[in-house]
Design a protein around this ligand. Structure first.
Ligand code: ADP
Ligand code: MG
Length: 723
């Protein structure tokens, strides 16, 4: 195929961006230069205004319009100095991406000239004509008012691109009736809920001591693939679905484990360094970079930040990776499973809560058995995960993440909590004796080399197969999809934690009022939690078949696909919890469920379209050409009086027939129309997707048998290994 050969040639002939020079351009000098930081505010705002903005950020007090006017002017001047021409309220609609509408700072002065203008009113509130964003029935288009409201807790920043420089103001997006239409609003509400509930528990545990605001923190590790753009453009499925719906396994895949943590290829390293530079300008603290398991797969991770800022930064990181990859002639793919048979991409969401007075509330210290605060908060996590298995499964549900969950390289669709040996032992002591009196010590590791020091051993090993693992001073939610915003998972974690802490708080209060010591009250409460929810703790291999059986015995949920999982959003218990915690109303939850179901069906539908279209217009024509070539060969041999070998012709004819009939079957089942959203998702998951796989199997068999020069699509080897 000419286009495929051209793509390979273009990669070979490509010239790439030069490496970064950090000597002439030290990071410490440009770190945060494009952020309207605390420091900038302090320098540019009158003292009083600065104080009231700080009070709004730190304590959530109201910001008056006069102060907002002063901030707006300072922000505008700062942005103009940086070369910005426009400002935008960035918001985060339920599509999962970021949305922005740019307005110029310029206003005509009525005398043929113009002035620059930006008022407090424009800073604080915007009204984008946003009727085309999904709202799940909350707004009809005839009453489509949607407002964006400035989120003071996430700093404004300047985004530079080839298309211009823009002042970006992170905002919440709500309807005229005040309902959340976005991902940010519930994150902020959930942070407030967990603060309130944790605060109460901390006051019980630390009588007489100061307790400051409790914040939730997030550190997301992001995996992604890079493919040369020449190949990307030659794959209609990558363009329209972000994943390959066809593709035979490469002769060499990831079986040698030679990519994971390997030396990063020079071209990719240049790209990574530029990504990091762009992140640093925005004060996004990216820290870690490495090759991932699959060839062509990489990871980037920032240092953790407050949940809200981490969520905004996470969206920006994805944006920066995409834009930078393009500059380097590559396309970044965030789909959870772009290539069948290879590891998919996830986003490990590290999460914890803490404050300035009591510290990280999930830090066990050296001897967790006598750390009442840790035991209480860890018990709240255990209880909340057990009670909200369905919710946690729902917030990671998507058509794309379904391909990864449970595929023996990613956590299973069953939710469980990994505690590690030391903590599992502490909680087991409490469950069996009502008390914990010892903590297992990790001891020292002997490397068997005299010149090497003895190293301390962690008291618990890591577990890579758990969807929700304790990792030293935080939990790591490992089942989050690479394509997802972390907002949904964070909202769930904070809200369920708030809920568990509320009931633990009440239990502690009642026991203490009845004369218990704090210690006895904690142990008794935690024993109750373990009796009720201890079955969620699992320290074994989550990828094994035995776990599927064992989990069923324990009565744990196993919601295999999004079709089953999404309905969990509106279960009565879930609605009750979200309303009680003041995070999402029934209407808001219903709208979310609607939207996610629609997105699920739409996504599979696009892929089914692609499967048909590519099979009929690219793969079958190539196969028929090859068939003709073989037939002509046999005919001309026979004309020359030689008996040709018909076996290849017979084989390919059979494969063509198999592909044609699989396509016909897919078309037929797709003609069915289903009204109910849940039923439609189930149909897509259990009828359409398997039929697509049949088409794929037939096509992939052809890829492995027809002449390579006729094959129209860049193959796995090319996409994954040529850079
Ligand atoms: P690993 O790959 O071993 O899990 P990484 O260092 O790649 O670890 O990533 C761990 C992530 O967890 C980082 O984003 C890190 O900042 C974050 N993290 C560390 N401590 C906490 C904490 N207390 N709360 C939330 N996130 C944390
Ligand atoms: Mg990790």
């Amino acid at each position: 195929s000419i286009s495929r050969q051209n793509a390979i040639q273009a990669v070979i002939d490509g010239t790439y961006v030069e490496p970064m020079n950090y000597i002439d351009n030290p990071v410490t000098e440009f770190y945060g230069c494009n952020v309207f930081t605390d420091e900038v505010m302090k320098a540019r705002l009158p003292k009083n205004t600065y104080k009231s903005v700080k009070a709004t950020i730190d304590a959530g007090s109201d910001l008056d319009l006069a102060a907002a006017d002063v901030v707006a002017t300072a922000m505008k001047d700062w942005a103009l100095e940086k070369g910005a021409t426009h400002y935008t309220h960035v918001f985060y609609p339920l599509t999962g991406s970021s949305a922005e509408k740019h307005d110029s700072f310029l206003s005509p002065d009525g005398e043929g000239k113009c002035i620059t203008e930006f008022s407090g009113k424009l800073l604080v509130q915007g009204e984008p004509d946003a009727s085309s964003f999904p709202n799940g029935g909350i707004r009809d288009t005839f009453e489509a008012r949607g407002y964006t409201a400035w989120d003071v807790t996430s700093p404004a920043y300047i985004l530079e691109s080839d298309n211009g420089t823009t002042l970006c103001i992170p905002t919440c997006f709500v309807s005229w009736t005040g309902e959340a239409l976005d991902k940010k609003t519930p994150v902020l509400r959930s942070m407030q809920a967990v603060d309130k509930a944790a605060h109460k528990v901390l006051e019980i545990l630390n009588p007489g001591e100061e307790v400051t605001k409790v914040t939730s923190f997030a550190g997301p590790e992001q995996e992604y693939f890079l493919v040369d753009t020449n190949f990307f453009y030659a794959r209609p499925d990558l363009i329209s679905a972000d994943r390959t719906v066809f593709g035979a396994a490469p002769v060499k895949g990831q079986e040698f484990d030679d990519h994971y943590f390997g030396a990063v290829p020079a071209r990719v390293l240049n790209f990574m360094m530029e990504v990091e530079q762009e992140c640093f300008k925005l004060a996004i603290p990216v820290k870690t970079r490495h090759n991932e398991v699959a060839p062509g797969q990489f990871e980037i991770a920032p240092v953790y930040e407050t949940a809200n800022v981490a969520t905004d930064h996470q969206q920006l990181i994805v944006h920066i990776i995409k834009a930078t990859a393009n500059k380097h002639g590559m396309t970044a793919i965030f789909h959870e499973k772009p290539f069948a048979g290879l590891n998919g991409s996830g986003k490990h969401l590290n999460w914890s809560i803490g404050n300035t007075t009591q510290g990280n509330l999930l830090d066990p210290g050296k001897t967790p058995h006598d750390n009442l605060q840790f035991i209480t908060f860890c018990a709240a996590v255990i209880s909340s995960v057990e009670k909200n298995q369905g919710l946690l499964r729902a917030v990671i549900a998507s058509a794309s993440n379904d391909h990864r969950l449970g595929a023996n390289e990613a956590p299973p669709a069953i939710l469980s909590v990994f505690l590690g040996d030391q903590l599992a032992d502490v909680f087991a002591q409490i469950q069996s004796t009502g008390k914990a009196t010892t903590s297992i010590d990790g001891g020292l590791m002997n490397l068997g080399v005299d010149s090497m020091p003895q190293l301390p051993r962690d008291a618990g090993d890591r577990n890579r197969t758990s969807p929700f693992a304790f990792t030293g001073n935080r939990f790591e939610f490992r089942a989050v999809g690479s394509l997802q915003s972390i907002a949904g998972p964070l909202v769930a974690l904070n809200t369920m934690m708030a809920d568990a802490l509320s009931s633990i708080g009440s239990s502690l209060e009642a026991k203490i009022a009845a004369g218990s010591s704090i210690e006895d009250a904690v142990f008794a409460t935690v024993k109750d939690v373990m009796d009720e929810s201890g079955q969620i703790v699992f320290n074994g291999n989550g990828y094994s078949d035995e776990w599927q059986v064992e989990a069923a015995k324990r009565g744990l949920k196993n919601l295999k696909t999004s079709a089953e999982a999404l309905t969990e959003i509106t279960t009565p218990e879930n609605v009750a919890m979200f309303e009680k915690q003041g995070v999402l109303s029934k209407v808001e939850l219903e709208s979310r469920q609607n939207i996610y179901q629609e997105q699920y069906a739409a996504k599979v539908n696009v892929e089914a379209n692609l499967t048909e279209r590519m099979a009929e217009t690219q793969i079958l024509p190539a196969a028929v050409r090859y068939q003709t070539e073989l037939a002509e060969n046999i005919a001309s041999l026979s004309a020359a009086g030689v008996e040709g070998d018909k076996s290849a012709l017979v084989a390919v004819t059979g494969q063509i027939a198999a592909l044609s009939s699989a396509v016909a079957k897919l078309k037929e089942i797709r003609s069915k129309h289903i009204e109910d959203a849940t039923e439609e998702c189930v149909y897509y998951a259990h009828t359409i997707l398997p039929a697509m796989l049949e088409v794929r199997a037939a096509a992939d068999a052809l890829e492995a048998s027809i002449a390579d020069d006729l094959w129209p699509l860049p193959n796995y080897t090319e996409m994954l290994f040529i850079k």
